[in-house]
Design a protein around this ligand. Structure first.
Ligand code: SF4
Ligand code: SF4
Ligand code: FES
Length: 232
């Protein structure tokens, strides 16, 4: 199979072609390892090979995917690129520091615990948030983040939801207030993040729930929609 790698080298993205053998069950990550046998200088990131560590996200034929869980067969030709909306480091490797810096800024952590009985139904509510592996795919397809770097990022709000709603959080109110500088209303609800999230975390839904909670508590005000052109 012909595989084109768009890699970041010498300050720009450059395309290089490879021929790789692909069988049934070969993943994009297997294929990258095979290409590295031909070109030992090829850089990409991967650890768990099981869709858990969140490090291997790349673009495959234009769509962001986890390389380790995406089959390589069934395509005539493959184009593999680094994620969009990211700082490129080398070849397919992008910077992940921004994801963690945003979590830190939003204080996405349990700062005060309370002992309480946690019902399975309470935890069920948190699953989408807890399943997030911080792969950065949602951020790479978020138009709000592309135009407004102050916007908190879907990955931040996804993780924050699990902290705000955690029944063991003794300071859930503070956890919610810590999100106020992150312009949650900057989300344009395009649902790109829900569509491409490989873990089904539905960041847009979690953003809507957090936003609703902030509105209800009066921490933010409903923004007027610009329907002026309709004349009412
Ligand atoms: S919400 Fe989904 S796409 Fe975004 S970082 Fe978490 S796992 Fe990745
Ligand atoms: S729904 Fe909101 S957070 Fe998700 S990609 Fe669109 S603008 Fe970004
Ligand atoms: S290598 Fe860990 S998620 Fe792909």
């Amino acid at each position: 199979m012909k595989v084109v790698i768009r890699r970041f080298r010498e300050g720009k993205l450059q395309e290089e072609n490879f021929q790789v053998k692909v069988e049934r069950g070969t993943t994009i990550l297997d294929l990258l390892y095979r290409i590295r046998e031909q070109d030992p200088g090829l850089s990409f990131r991967a650890m768990c090979r099981a869709g858990i560590c969140g490090t291997c996200a790349v673009k495959v034929n234009g769509e962001p995917k986890l390389a380790c869980t995406t089959p390589a067969n069934g395509h005539g030709e493959l184009l593999i690129e680094p994620l969009d909306n990211s700082v490129y480091l080398k070849d397919l490797v992008v910077e992940h520091k921004d994801i963690f810096a945003r979590l830190k800024r939003a204080r996405v952590r349990l700062e005060a615990y309370k002992e309480t009985f946690v019902k399975p139904s309470d935890m069920q509510k948190l699953w989408k948030s807890k399943d997030c592996i911080l792969c950065g795919i949602c951020n790479s397809v978020c138009p709000s983040l592309q135009t407004d770097r102050e916007f908190g990022a879907p990955s931040t709000f996804t993780k924050a939801f699990g902290v705000v709603e955690d029944p063991r959080n003794a300071n859930s109110e503070d956890s919610l207030k810590a999100l106020l500088p992150l312009d949650i209303q900057g989300c344009v609800h395009c649902k790109n993040c829900d569509i491409f999230c490989p873990k089904g975390c539905s960041p847009e839904i979690l953003i809507k729930l957090l936003e609703g909670k902030m509105l209800k508590k009066g921490y933010i005000q409903k923004r007027e929609e610009d329907f002026g052109f309709l004349g009412f």
